[in-house]
Design a protein around this ligand. Structure first.
Ligand SMILES: *Cc1c(COP(=O)(O)O)cnc(C)c1O
Length: 370
């Protein structure tokens, strides 16, 4: 099975084999030093020069999203959420669960975020409370839309808001820089752009956000109390057992990224596959929505057959796997990821088989009607 998925992805051999090579126990200074070096490199990739500002958790991405709400917010805060799909909605649900006041900018799945969406929120004291923090999944993975970070950053600077960015599905596929855009918290995770196993989430903070976390008067989750993680990180340590082997996989991926020429070259490699797919797919009659999309994936729209059924044929008959969409988009959209260890030849093969699978579902429908 070849996976063109958002994460976990088709892994690179160098990272996939580390589990068989053994590892150093995590409470040693050798492990701590390795972690410090790795986290320093990831901070550079994120464009954050604040020292000891990157922590990591044994958690999937959602655990980190929830932990951010607990650690970076209080009931005195008020959040504004860009809600353009499943992951935006998840931020809303988590804020609600933790009783943090919020409002959301709700977008249709194919509606592009523009300056006009922000107008009602400029200098806004809605309900007598000022917004303090903006939450965005910079790439809304459920539709593929990549939001305009400059637009969001400008709004936050004008209105003096903290900016929290879930960059889980954008990191290492699109350009990103925390200091350039004034981002206060970035959430990433091991199984997406880093192309490693699931199990680790990483969080990078601005100086301002570290101060806010350390002065949060509320009791937060014991396990996810960022203050404990921040105290331990100068030694490359965590309060509890970390996903040690994922860390070794990340080390291999960083070597590969450096070997390719660094971050920009790596992103260009992803982008080449993305551009190739987006050039070829319409030539074969596939429809790609017209909102701005991340390099990480391309959504393909099906109007006359069930997208979900096409995915099943593709998987069962041709052993190729692409991501379905949830909810009301299940029959309408598929998502083809361009990260991971796949090539342009793999894309040719995928497109061939996608045509065959769509035709098979079409024919099946014709027979069903006879
Ligand atoms: C994958 C993803 C997550 C995290 O999902 P988990 O299943 O909890 O790892 C969060 N946000 C975005 C935008 C994602 O793509």
């Amino acid at each position: 099975m070849t996976m063109f998925t958002c994460g976990p992805v088709e892994m690179f051999k160098e990272a996939a084999i580390v589990r068989s090579l053994g590892f150093v126990h995590f409470r040693t200074s050798e492990y701590g030093q390795m972690v410090k070096d790795i986290l320093k490199e990831i901070s550079q990739l994120l464009g954050n020069t604040v020292e000891n500002s990157l922590i990591y958790l044994a958690s999937s991405g959602t655990g980190a999203m929830e932990a951010v709400i607990e650690n970076c917010m209080t009931v005195k805060d008020k959040a504004l959420v860009i809600n353009g799909g499943g992951f935006g909605k998840r931020f809303c649900e988590l804020l609600e669960y933790h009783n943090i006041p919020f409002e959301s900018i709700d977008l249709e799945w194919n509606e592009t975020l523009t300056a006009k969406h922000f107008e009602p929120f400029e200098n806004s004291l809605r309900g007598g409370v000022k917004f303090t923090t903006l939450f965005v999944n910079i790439h809304e993975t459920t539709s593929g839309q990549l939001y305009d970070i400059q637009l969001i950053s400008d709004f936050c600077k004008r209105n003096n808001l903290y900016l929290v960015v879930d960059a889980i599905s954008s990191f290492l596929a699109d350009d990103y820089n925390m200091e350039k855009y004034g981002i206060d918290t970035t959430i990433i995770s091991s199984q997406k752009g880093l192309c490693c196993s699931p199990g680790m989430a990483l969080l990078s903070f601005s100086r301002k956000m570290i101060n806010k976390i350390n002065s949060n008067p509320l009791p937060v989750s014991k396990y996810f109390d960022f203050k404990d993680y921040l105290i331990n990180i100068p030694r490359g340590q965590t309060p509890y057992t970390p996903p040690v082997l994922v860390m070794y996989e990340i080390r291999e991926m960083l070597k590969l990224i450096n070997k390719s020429g660094g971050k920009d070259c790596w992103i260009n490699k992803v982008k080449e596959k993305t551009n190739y797919f987006r050039l070829k797919a319409p030539q074969l009659g596939f429809k790609i929505p017209d909102y701005p999309m991340s390099n990480m994936l391309t959504a393909v729209q099906f109007d006359d057959v069930s997208a979900y059924e096409v995915i099943q044929v593709l998987k069962d008959k041709y052993h190729l796997y692409i991501n379905p969409c949830g909810g009301k988009l299940a029959d309408k959209l598929v998502r083809v990821s361009h990260i991971g260890n796949t090539t342009v030849e793999d894309i040719d093969n995928l497109l061939d088989k996608l045509v065959l699978s769509a035709n098979e579902v079409k024919e099946r429908n014709v027979y069903a009607k006879l």
